[in-house]
Design a protein around this ligand. Structure first.
Ligand code: SAM
Length: 470
């Protein structure tokens, strides 16, 4: 597996002109095969690539540089899928949707290597054709060979110049393809950003590998101590946050995480949970509620903060196994977990603070889920925003007059963010307060009153937070 150490191939290098020989024993490269099999699990079983690949690598004893290459090929191919499919379609007389799906998995990994890695073209083509022959037979391997040879005629830039919509007349379509995002997601980002000026930066940051962030559990360990132990840096905005280098290994292996003094949690998630605790509520402030708590990241932070001041947290989660995760995440804290529908949880109203971290499209955390951007559909929005509106209305009903409701989603889509909040304000008369002062020292928070964080501005997931006074 030395080929990736070789220098960059010239853009027009061609694979050897050989006809697949049915008699030749097929020499399958285990690294590429692991990538192809993971793509199949994603396609057939709706698997998450980052959960499906590691056990496969372990089972096949693929380690070190080979494991790193398998990871890059798998996640990179998942992320770039729409772009890869456009190139495959341009090199074939048949639409991708009409091709044998198992062959398409292999073709995508092959085209990814040709366009986005320094692997020599002949190695990318030969290894892909071998996999197709092994999996799908000689006829399809000949087809795959022909497609891949055509792909090698241009590099990524050349294909983008040919296939991307005109930047002058369709800037969003152009940037969407250049950064391998579905157009509707690029459009949603542009709508939230208020135009296309920052869109290229937003999409590029969404394509980059995110750093891992940790939360130092309040009352147990400080961020400075945690940074010193883990070799990370104190996070710029969250007083409990630590940022680790991207690719710093499995954070679950870190001692403070194993011992429960720290959790893996994006800094944006920390900031929105903290914002829920900061505005004055006047009077009692000991009864807090997390209405959508699973798997428990924010509940653990809120529970730890509540315990410092003698308060307590109720944590509601609809799914029993996710409620178990909340119990585990909040062990030892004053947190009561309830398996219930947050729309009718059957709890006594009168909470001082309620967090609604509603189920959402997750468009704000696409960089953490390689396949998510092609799996999500615009049609997901309608049902989710209905649930989000109902959960927020329930949260307002459960909050005492003067108490604070924090509405949070990990998405910048306006139908999931401002649309939901405007609906609740209209229906209940709750007052939306300016959330920005409760994100101290965080720059570029726009015109408010809500806060939209962004990977390209803040290095966090694209979390949204609105604060309402009941
Ligand atoms: C965005 S996640 C919450 C993440 C969590 N706050 C954390 O920081 O770890 C949304 C959660 O809401 C749960 N959920 C979905 N519908 C719900 C409902 N009607 N009532 C309560 N929880 C619900 C989902 O199972 C999911 O665990």
């Amino acid at each position: 597996m030395n080929d990736r150490r070789r220098p960059s191939r010239p853009p027009k290098s061609r694979p050897p002109k050989r006809k697949p020989d049915p008699a030749r024993p097929v020499d399958i490269d285990p690294v590429r095969m692991a990538a192809v099999e993971t793509l199949r699990a994603v396609r057939e079983r709706d698997a998450y690539a980052n959960l499906a690949l590691p056990p496969l690598l372990k089972q096949r004893a693929i380690t070190g540089r080979d494991a790193a290459l398998a990871t890059e090929l798998t996640y990179g191919t998942c992320r770039a899928q729409g772009l890869l499919d456009e190139v495959i379609a341009a090199c074939s007389s048949r639409p991708v949707a009409e091709m044998e799906p198992a062959m398409v998995d292999a073709l995508r990994v092959g085209v990814y290597q040709l366009l986005r890695t320094r692997i020599p073209a002949h190695a990318a083509v030969a290894s892909t054709v071998d996999i197709v022959r092994f999996e799908n037979g000689t006829k399809l391997s000949g087809f795959a060979n022909a497609v891949l040879r055509k792909v090698t005629e241009k590099d990524e830039q050349g294909w983008l110049d040919e296939l991307a919509p005109d930047a002058a007349t369709d800037p969003i379509g152009n940037l969407a393809l250049r950064h391998a995002h579905p157009r509707w997601i690029a459009q949603a980002f542009a709508d939230s950003l208020g135009g296309e000026q920052e869109l290229a930066d937003a999409l590029a940051a969404d394509d980059a590998r995110p750093a891992v962030h940790l939360t130092a559990r309040p009352g147990e360990i400080s961020a400075d101590e945690l940074a010193a132990i883990t070799g990370g840096d104190p996070a710029p905005y969250s007083p409990y946050g630590v940022r680790l280098e991207a690719g710093a290994g499995d954070p679950g292996d870190l001692e403070p995480v194993r011992e429960g003094f720290a959790t893996v949690q994006d800094e944006g998630s920390q900031l929105v949970a903290l914002a829920a605790t900061r505005p004055e509520v006047g009077g009692s402030d000991a009864r807090w509620l997390d209405l959508c708590a699973g798997p428990g990241g924010k509940a653990a932070l809120l529970g730890a903060l509540a315990s410092l001041d003698g308060g307590a947290l109720d944590a509601v989660e609809q799914t029993a196994h996710r409620a178990d995760l909340v119990r585990r995440a909040t062990e030892g804290l004053p947190v009561a977990v309830h398996v219930a529908d947050g729309r009718e949880p059957g709890l006594e109203p009168g909470y001082d603070r309620v967090l609604v971290d509603a189920p959402c499209t997750g468009l704000g955390a696409l960089r953490r889920r390689p396949e998510a951007r092609w799996r999500r559909k615009p049609s997901d929005i309608g049902e989710l925003s209905k649930l989000q509106r109902e959960l927020l209305l329930s949260a307002i009903r459960l909050t005492r007059p003067g108490g604070i409701v924090a509405y949070v989603v990990c998405s910048p889509h306006l139908a999931e963010t401002e649309g939901v909040v405007a609906d609740a304000v209209r229906r209940t008369g709750a007052e939306e307060i300016d959330a920005r002062p409760w994100f101290p020292d965080v720059p570029d928070l726009g015109e408010g009153p809500s806060v939209q964080l962004w990977p390209h501005r803040h290095g966090t997931d694209a979390m949204f937070c609105a604060l309402l006074r009941a």
